[in-house]
Design a binder for this molecule. Sequence first.
Ligand code: UT7
Length: 330
Amino acid sequence: MSKILAAITAVGGYVPEDILTNADLEKMVDTTDEWITTRTGIKERRILRTPGKATSDMGVEVLLEILRKSGIDKDEIDLLICATVTADMVFPDTANTILDKVGAKNAFGYDINAACSGFLFALTTGAKFIESGMYKKVVVIGADMMSSIVNYKDRTTCIIFGDGAGGVLLEPCSDGTGVIDSILKSDGSGREFLHMKAGGSLKPATIETVTNNEHFVFQDGKPVFKAAVTGMVNTIKTLLERNHLTKDDIDWLVPHQANMRIINSVADQLDFPIEKVMINIHKYGNTTAGTLPLCLWEYEPQLKKGDKIILTAFGGGFTWGSTYIIWNYG
Ligand code: UT7
C-alpha cells in the first residue's frame, strides 16, 4: 500500500448573483471596456450586495455544496481552514463563523492570510494534517469579498477584483491520488507594492485614515505583474523537475486569475498549451483566495481520475507558489 495522501474528494463553489460589468464601470470611473478587456481579460465580476452578508456567507454556500456532494455529515468535519484577506471581522476568524453558521460542532477552524496565494498555503497545510494521520476530513476554503475593500473611485484596482469563494474536501487516500508536492514562497519586501494602509496595528482606523481612503486595496500593478510571472514560472519549473515531470505530463494548469496577460505569459514561458489552462477570469475577475478553487469547481466535470494538475498563485505579501496534485475522481 502506498503512502497516505490528502485527496480532494469534493469541490464546492459560490459566486454572488449580482454582476458588475465593464459597461457599469465605464459609468463609475474613467475607463473603457476596451482598456479593461485588453489589459486584463476581465469582462465582468460578481459583487455580494445583500446587506448583512459577508465572506463567511459565501464560505457557508461552499461548505454546504461540499457536504451535499460528498454525503458526509457536518459533524464529521475535523478541521476547516479558510484562506481570506476579507475576514468578516478583524477577529474572530471567518472559519469559525462558517462552522457556526452550518452548525458543525466537532470541527475546529482558523484562517490563513496569504492573499491570492491563500488557497495554496491552506491546501498544503490541510494536506499535512491528513498525511500525518491526525485528521480524516479537512475542508479548505478560499473566500474573499473584495468589494468590501475596493475603492470604486480608483480605476487601477476597482476593475480587477470581484467576490467569490470555493473550497475542497480533503480525505486520506492510498491509491496515489492527492496533494503530491508544494513549493511555497514569501518575500515580505513586496508588501510595499500591494497592501491596505490602515486598519491594522500599524495604523488603526481614524477619521483621517477613512478620509484618505486608506482602508482600501493599494496596488502598484507593474512590479506585481513582473514578480507574479517570474514567481509562478520558477516554482512550476522546480516542481516539475523535482517530481520528474515535463510539461507534457501535466493535464491541467490552474493559475491564479489576476490578469489574462499574466496567465498568457506563464503559459508562454512554459510552452504550455492554453487549452489545458483553466480560465474564468473573464467572468469573475480576481477573487483573491477564491480563484483557484473556483477554477476547480467550474472545470470539475472535465476532470478525470489520475489527471495531473498544477495549481499556481502569486499575491500580496508577496506570497507565491505552486502545488502538484493528482485528481482523485471522475
Ligand atoms: O492578484 C494579486 C496580484 N496582482 C496582480 O497580479 C496584478 C498585477 N498587475 C496587473 O495586472 C496590471 O499591472 C494592472 C491591470 C493592474 C494595470 O495594467 P498595466 O498594463 O500595468 O497598466 P499601468 O498601471 O502601467 O497603466 C497604464 C496606463 C496608465 O496611464 P498613463 O500613465 O500611461 O497615461 C494608467 O493611468 O493605463 C492607465 N490606466 C487605466 N486606463 C483606463 C490604469 N487603469 C486604467 C483603467 N482604465 N482602468
